[in-house]
Write a protein that binds this ligand. Structure first.
Ligand code: HEC
Length: 148
């Protein structure tokens, strides 16, 4: 009886440690940051349509720009150590060059913050120009740190 209880304890502690470090955690984290990137992309593309004059709802510029800025601020923490395995397009070099990766994320934070200010000041005409720089900050990071 005693022996079976200790076997159960050993079994449970093995299960516990497995679940605490299981691949699921990493998989969820990867999915989560891919959703985050998708929202970044949706905000960016929506702003491009708005600034091209193809959508007339002018009240939607600001929430789209704020969404982009808020999401950009999350990039740096969405790539913690140990999240480089699983179904991800993130290159391992992110974790070898984390300060540089974070700097590239900061460039997007800065540009999207400037977008928010421009829109708040009613300077919509300058948005298209700044959106090109935003697009460049996506490319700069993807070129170094995303597969494909
Ligand atoms: C600091 C780096 C960085 C910046 C800046 C950045 N990305 Fe990404 N992006 C990544 C990485 C790394 C991945 C791969 C994530 C993964 O698969 O785990 C990715 C993935 C994506 C994906 C694919 C998501 C999926 O479903 O797999 C899209 C779309 C995307 N980025 C769009 C953008 C757009 C648009 C911008 C700019 C407005 C941007 N990204 C800015 C690093 C960045």
């Amino acid at each position: 009886m005693k022996r079976s209880i200790s076997l159960i304890i050993i079994f449970c502690s093995v299960c516990y440690s497995y679940s605490a470090f299981s691949e699921d955690d990493s998989e969820d984290l990867i999915k989560y940051r891919q959703y985050m990137m998708k929202s970044i992309s949706m905000h960016y593309k929506s702003l491009k349509l708005l600034s091209a004059g193809r959508i007339s709802q002018s009240e939607q510029w600001l929430p789209q720009a704020r969404g982009l800025n808020d999401m950009a601020k999350m990039i740096a923490t969405a790539f913690p150590e140990e999240s480089d395995f699983g179904d991800t397009d993130a290159k391992e070099s992110i974790w070898e060059n984390k300060p540089d990766f974070n700097e590239k994320a900061d460039v997007l934070v800065k540009h999207s913050g400037q977008l928010v200010s421009l829109i708040e000041q009613g300077r919509q005409k300058q948005v298209s120009e700044l959106l090109r720089e935003v697009g460049q900050s996506c490319k700069d990071c993807h070129k170094s740190y995303r597969e494909k």
